[in-house]
Write a protein that binds this ligand. Structure first.
Ligand SMILES: Nc1ncnc2c1ncn2[C@@H]1O[C@H](COP(=O)(O)OP(=O)(O)OP(=O)(O)O)[C@@H](O)[C@H]1O
Ligand SMILES: [Mg+2]
Length: 216
């Protein structure tokens, strides 16, 4: 029933394979063992993370955030079976698209993240590598391996800061694109203004520490 094909990606934490399940394209995400941990402890930690990732993804899906459907979880094989999103990773799309096209994509991403945060779901690794774009317009959030449920504004602001920092590192248009992102975010999450204010606070805290370090 489940067929595993070629390796799609290998990260620090997981190997992702293409495959199929009931004739539908899926990805199989295997959480990799860490050799520096005692095997029994490693097994327990990986199971816990696997379950947490499954839970967060499902919760996001229930709240109508655009995330792939979780089709199954295999604790023995440390594997999640996930619907394949046939699109392009945001990072690889950035260089080939005009700013106008990117602006509307970023507004859409903002809506997805706003909806996530409105429901107190933290992504935990909101980089330009963990967003897939279909048909150059609709955004899907993937990789909830570091996700959590939290009402804390600090955690939500950290998601925004991660996104802002990876965007700034790859695009000279980061300000205009982040503005669009903010617009989308606020449309879906009215109280979200506070998250951006908090993000600025974290940034100035970091600047203050950096300046202090230079003077010492
Ligand atoms: N549902 C999906 N549909 C299509 N491609 C996917 C899907 N899930 C993952 N991928 C592909 O596999 C890659 C790695 O998956 P993912 O981001 O979930 O794990 P990871 O980055 O290896 O985890 P970590 O960052 O913890 O090491 C993605 O960048 C993407 O290319
Ligand atoms: Mg990833």
């Amino acid at each position: 029933m489940v067929k595993q094909d070629n390796l799609l990606a290998k990260g620090a934490e997981a190997s992702v394979f293409r495959g199929s399940f009931l004739q539908k394209p899926i990805v199989l995400k295997h959480r990799l063992p860490k050799s520096y941990r005692l095997p029994i402890i490693d097994q327990a930690i990986r199971s816990q993370r696997l379950r947490a990732e499954a839970r967060i993804m499902t919760m996001a899906w229930r709240n109508r955030v655009r995330v792939p459907v979780l089709l199954g979880i295999d604790i023995d094989k440390q594997t999640l079976l996930i619907e394949e999103i046939k699109g392009k990773i945001l990072f690889s799309l950035m260089s080939s698209k005009s700013v106008t096209e990117l602006k509307s994509i970023f507004e859409d991403i903002g809506k997805q993240v706003g909806l996530l945060h409105k429901n107190d779901i933290i992504h935990g690794d909101l980089t330009v590598f963990n967003i897939i774009i279909i048909n150059n317009k609709t955004s899907w959030l993937i990789d909830f391996g570091l996700g959590q449920i939290s009402m804390e504004i600090e955690k939500k602001a950290e998601d925004l800061l991660t996104f802002y920092s990876t965007l700034k590192a790859i695009s000279s248009e980061y300000q205009a694109l982040f503005e669009k992102f903010q617009l989308g975010y606020l449309q879906l999450y009215e109280k979200g203004k506070k998250t951006f204010e908090h993000m600025k606070k974290i940034q100035s805290r970091a600047r203050y520490i950096a300046r202090k370090d230079r003077l010492e």
